[in-house]
Design a binder for this molecule. Structure first.
Ligand code: GLY
Length: 282
């Protein structure tokens, strides 16, 4: 397990997908907010540029598909850990087709593909928090117990615990990993309650980084050989108070990335990429 932890956050590849124009009107959303589609596209281009240019990942870019308004949120279509990729069965029927291209791309990377074919199972990658030691799976409007069981079967090296998601779209709508053993968590009552459940269910003592805004707790952590600890997080324009918390992380290379428009359709930073460490499968 120590060896596995050493590789936590170490990624070589990312799969992303373009923003379809249909996202503006047709993407699923909790609140009825209008999206500026040009801004959303620009925002996403900058996100991809960070992965590619700044962090040097090999980025595989799927083209946007207008018939799939939520397709930019690739994280929901697959969970990749080590050399295994679980192709999910997304909770929203309108999103199920997104998994086909994801399966093709991940097969091309020679990952071991496990498909969630059970029609009683649903799981969105946004509900899956991998800590490097174990998985927490949010039971939400999108993910059910059977989905969590199939994930546990796919990743047998790790413990899998479920956490009720009582508010917000996904588990990672209010938390994510900000470093090895460090959980970023929102301040709302339901976020704090979920954290308490995760702490109770784990043998490990996680550190926590509490930010005032729930969605700002969704950040992208990497540990890259050439850069060390890297954190993509919200911008001061979006969440000034939460950024002040991130700025206390002195060992991390901090990269603010705007996500204002995609956020209006419940898309957080982790939603926009599937990160892979290809070195683990050679
Ligand atoms: N708009 C992201 C989702 O609802 O799945």
């Amino acid at each position: 397990m120590a060896g596995l932890m050493a590789a936590f956050g170490n990624f070589t590849h990312a799969v992303v997908r373009g923003v379809p124009t249909s996202l503006a009107k047709e993407a699923l959303r909790t609140d009825n907010l209008d999206v500026d589609i040009l801004k959303a596209k620009r925002e996403h281009e900058l996100y991809v540029e960070v992965l590619k240019q700044k962090l040097g990942l090999e980025v595989i870019e799927l083209p946007a598909d207008e018939s799939m308004p939520d397709c930019v949120f690739v994280e929901d279509a697959a969970v990749v850990c080590g050399d295994t990729a679980l192709i999910t069965r997304p909770g929203a029927e309108s999103r199920r087709k997104e998994t086909e291209d994801m399966k093709r791309v991940l097969s091309g990377l020679n990952l071991n593909i496990v498909e969630m074919t059970d029609e009683s199972a649903t799981l969105d990658g946004g509900d899956v928090l991998f800590t490097g030691r174990e998985f927490f799976v949010g039971l939400s409007k999108r993910t059910n117990q059977r989905g969590a069981e199939i994930l546990a079967d796919a990743f047998k090296d790790y413990a899998v615990s479920t956490v009720p998601v009582t508010d917000g779209l996904h588990l990672k709508s209010f938390c994510s990993m900000a470093g090895p053993g460090l959980i970023a968590i929102g301040s709302s009552e339901h976020a704090q309650k979920a954290l308490k459940i995760m702490q109770q269910m784990s043998d490990h003592r996680y550190d926590k980084l509490t930010v005032p805004d729930d969605i700002a707790a969704n950040c992208v952590y990497m540990n890259l050989p050439s850069k060390g600890h890297v954190l993509m997080h919200c911008t001061p324009e979006e969440f000034p108070e939460s950024v002040k918390v991130y700025e206390k992380l002195k060992d991390h290379m901090l990269i603010p990335v705007s996500n204002m428009e995609k956020c209006k359709v419940d898309g957080a930073l982790t939603c926009c990429s599937v990160l892979i460490n290809k070195k683990t499968n050679v």
